[in-house]
Design a protein. Structure first.
Ligand code: AHM
Ligand code: MG
Length: 338
């Protein structure tokens, strides 16, 4: 008789975790399931994008006569619809929307959670069939569930996160998330449409050797970052360096590879953009949460990312994340430059 290994599905896994919290009411479980459902719908659309020609073509009509949407708009609407319908989330901050979207529906308006998300990060890569992702963060709303939700409910430091994760639409589709008790990765089996636990308890590996940065901006980087990049490229008599350079230009994909293979992701401020490009609330904080949960570190060069309270929804931050020792080394170079 062939004995098969028992598959743990994402739904089973989330339920098992819920039972570890005696007072849990299942709201977070339902919310995470809503995110997974939306991810599958977005995944289907991304996979079909080349066939139905909806890459970047807002306004045209598909064969059913429906108006086609750009994939990032589609992803945004899909996640909002799933979260609103689920009733556990009362408001969303999204890269696609200038202001917080608060729900007025009978159930959703009393939801205990708020979500910040980048529905389709790295979307400039879509046309070239390069991996893209969704990033999500879940906070407990600050005010009473009967009070109107405000921007303050969502402008919370990353250390207050209840859960965070990403979906990577790559050679396979994965959902990776944490509720503060380690990081777990689930691969979508497209034949049955189920996320299955494939990467339990993800941790940065030892002996990391990758650095990821857009070196096209090199001349505009702070001196400390330039020196660190040179350090990465130098021979180390004891071995280990030079490191190898890998950069996709898609945060989720770059971080995911670095998490699995061991590497640092670098997006500094420049002279023209002192705060860099990446957004604190829905790009840096959730990825920093995962990095710390995977035994790594995330910093803006001086401060722990998870300690920074965003002042505005779309605030940017320099971002350095990866294995602890790599980020620490980069911080030393930055301090020497002061
Ligand atoms: P986006 O939110 O507009 O897609 O931009 C964010 C993306 C990240 O995924 C990626 O790390 C970064 O932009 C790449 O920027 P650059 O092209 O400057 O290297
Ligand atoms: Mg983005």
């Amino acid at each position: 008789m062939v004995t098969r290994k028992k598959i743990t599905t994402l739904t089973e896994f989330i339920m098992q975790r819920q039972y570890e919290y005696p007072h849990a009411r299942g709201s977070l479980t339902r919310l995470l399931n809503d995110i997974a459902t939306a991810a599958k719908i977005v995944n289907r659309e991304i996979n079909a994008a080349g066939l139905v020609d909806i890459l970047g073509s807002t306004g045209s009509e598909n064969v059913q006569g429906e108006t086609q949407k750009k994939l990032d708009v589609f992803a945004n609407e899909t996640f909002i619809t799933a979260l609103r319908g689920g009733g556990e989330c009362c408001a969303i901050a999204s890269e696609e929307n200038e202001k917080v979207i608060s729900f007025r529906d009978q159930y959703a308006e009393h939801g205990r959670y708020v979500v910040a998300m980048d529905p389709l990060d790295g979307s400039s890569n879509i046309e070239s069939n390069v991996s893209i992702g969704t990033i999500f963060s879940v906070y407990r709303r600050l005010g009473d569930t009967n009070d109107p939700v405000t921007e303050m409910d969502i402008l919370q430091a990353g250390k207050e996160l209840v859960a965070a994760g990403y979906v990577i639409y790559g050679s396979s589709t994965m959902l990776v998330y944490s509720t503060g008790r380690g990081v777990n990765g689930f691969t979508l089996d497209p034949s049955v449409g189920i996320f299955c636990l494939s990467h339990p308890n993800m941790q940065f590996p030892g002996n990391p050797r990758i650095y990821s940065v857009n070196e096209g901006n090199y001349v505009h980087f702070p001196q400390g970052v330039k020196s660190y990049i040179k350090y990465c490229q130098e021979d180390d008599p004891e071995g280990g360096r030079p490191y190898t350079s890998r950069y996709i230009g898609s945060l989720v994909a770059d971080f995911h590879r670095n998490l699995i293979k061991g590497g640092i992701f670098i997006y500094p401020g420049t002279e023209r953009m002192p705060q860099g490009k990446l957004r604190l609330l829905y790009e840096c904080s959730p990825v920093a949460f995962l990095a710390e949960q995977a035994g790594g570190k995330a910093s803006d060069g001086e401060r722990r990312i998870l300690d920074i309270i965003p002042q505005t929804l779309h605030q940017r931050s320099p971002f350095f994340t990866g294995p602890h020792e790599m980020v620490e080394k980069l911080e030393l170079f930055l301090q020497e430059d002061l």
